[in-house]
Ligand binder design. Structure first.
Ligand SMILES: CC(C)(COP(=O)(O)OP(=O)(O)OC[C@H]1O[C@@H](n2cnc3c(N)ncnc32)[C@H](O)[C@@H]1OP(=O)(O)O)[C@@H](O)C(=O)NCCC(=O)NCCS
Length: 145
């Protein structure tokens, strides 16, 4: 990646405009503005955004949202801009998240991933996540196929 600098900062309301303006037809539905705002206000939630910086440009490359409570951490949302995938951004965000959470004293890390999401599963394996159980859903309620 040929950017001068990559920064990870706490998500702010002003970031949502960029995030929500990006179309991502290939992935899961993005959260709505309301969902981000509620998450940013939640007492145990943390949302961070990764931006590339090059001169006056600093596009959003990705973001991560997670909750930490009572030594348990749960990853709620991880997303990388479709133009910047497979360039290590997902790994950077995950490494940031894990380091941050370990420093907070988290001992157990959870997440949910759709069994068809090969890229995310590959990434989580890299960070030593292992499948544990299966979540089932009533047929007509499928959020994505
Ligand atoms: C999943 C996601 C976050 C990965 O981000 P990314 O920036 O492309 O990931 P990285 O470039 O850091 O790649 C991490 C590893 O996964 C691999 N990988 C990433 N995308 C892949 C793909 N489509 N197919 C195969 N492997 C893939 C990379 O090769 C790399 O593996 P390596 O270190 O062995 O080479 C990104 O694809 C995304 O935003 N998807 C849509 C949202 C989503 O599904 N989020 C997860 C919800 S649970």
């Amino acid at each position: 990646m040929e950017w001068e600098k990559v920064t990870i900062q706490k998500m702010e309301l002003k970031d949502l405009e960029d995030i929500l303006s990006i179309e991502d037809s290939a992935s899961l539905p993005l959260w709505s503005k309301k969902m981000f705002i509620e998450e940013m206000k939640h007492p145990f939630a943390f949302c961070y955004v990764l931006r590339g910086e090059n001169g006056s440009m600093s596009p959003v490359f990705g973001y991560i949202c997670f909750r930490n409570m009572a030594q348990e951490s749960e990853l709620f949302n991880l997303w990388v801009h479709p133009h910047y995938r497979q360039e290590g951004i997902g790994k950077r965000l995950m490494q940031f998240y894990i380091d941050f959470s370990l420093r907070m004293g988290m001992k157990t890390f959870y997440l949910e991933v759709h069994s068809s999401n090969a890229s995310a599963i590959h990434l989580y394996h890299y960070f030593s996540y292992q499948a544990f159980g299966m979540r089932t859903i009533k047929g007509s309620s499928m959020p994505f196929s």
